[in-house]
Design a protein around this ligand. Structure first.
Ligand code: SF4
Length: 292
């Protein structure tokens, strides 16, 4: 695919939590080596050691996925099944493309000046980046060695997969807090909330900057009680939280769910009204956060 830059003045896209389908600029795996002839067992061994990973795509974006202009890489594989997921094609690792870590690092190196000039860097997203911890660790270490700002975008559910050594190479974590109580979290994601809280606690103890993110879905995550509980969770992480992002639900992933023949339960859910977005942001603001 062609590779183009998102103009710095334009911002990235209209909805931060969207990933591949909505990311038309610079999307794809163009220019990356496709390793279709490597034996499966060898490939698995290389994925275990992290010299190879499974990715959906990568792109250059500005003003999303962290500060400045960033190269965002979408890794395949996710243990959650969020009802509003816009990337169901990243659910499974086997559906991604095998890519050499070194090839991605060479590409990052080419954009070093862009990152430096814009205050940007790289962001590893997904899917769930911590499904492929060895691969992610190698990319993060390689980027840091080149002086590039690093970020991971994660639900935190697999936080235990992140070694301290890996986290030493992470400058910023975009941490999704998908709901504030166990019951709603389970309804939204199919999994438990506790690992996310534990991961945030760990980041806070290590002093790693967090941008906390919350997807606002009418009728699912929008009750003031739920939002208040999310705010309380984020509050425990203290000053490492430099911003909170409230991301309005949007119906842009529907086609993917249909194409994959998966049941999309939010088909009739409307995006939140501006007033609801604002009142939700106000709850976070009342806790002293800088809210976007
Ligand atoms: S964490 Fe949720 S929204 Fe993100 S890729 Fe996984 S299922 Fe989709």
């Amino acid at each position: 695919m062609t590779e183009t830059m998102t103009p710095a003045t334009q911002g990235g896209r209209d909805q931060d939590f969207l990933a591949p389908a909505a990311r038309l600029r610079g999307a794809g795996i163009g220019g990356l080596e496709e390793l279709t002839d490597i034996q499966r067992s060898e490939r698995l061994a290389r994925m275990r050691e992290g010299t190879m990973g499974s990715i959906h795509s990568w792109e250059l974006v500005t003003a999303v996925d962290g500060p400045g202009t960033r190269m965002t890489v979408f890794l395949n594989g996710c243990p959650l099944r969020c009802l509003y997921c816009h990337n169901p094609d990243t659910f499974l690792m086997k559906d991604g493309e095998p890519v050499e870590a070194d090839e991605l690092l060479r590409r990052m190196k080419r954009y070093r000046n862009v990152f430096r000039a814009s205050g940007g860097g790289i962001t590893l997203s997904g899917g769930e980046v911590l499904m492929q911890p060895a691969f992610a660790a190698r990319l993060l270490a390689g980027a840091k060695a080149m002086g590039i700002h690093t970020c991971i975008d994660t639900s935190g559910y697999l936080g235990r997969n992140a070694t301290d050594e890996m986290l030493d190479n992470v400058d910023l974590v975009l941490l999704d807090v998908k709901s504030g109580d166990e019951e709603t979290y389970k309804k939204v994601t199919g999994r438990e909330l506790a690992p996310t809280i534990a991961f945030g606690d760990r980041l806070a103890a290590k002093g790693i900057e967090i941008w906390a993110r919350f997807v606002l879905v009418p009728g699912l995550t929008d009750s003031p009680e739920n939002v208040e509980n999310v705010a309380r969770i984020i509050e425990r992480w203290g000053s490492v939280v430099s911003r909170v992002e409230v991301l309005p639900f949007h119906q842009m992933g529907t086609d993917k769910w249909d194409a994959l023949k998966l049941e999309y339960k939010l088909r009739d859910t409307r995006p939140p009204e501006p007033e609801l977005v604002e009142s939700t942001r106000a709850i976070f603001r009342s806790h002293g956060f800088t809210v976007h």
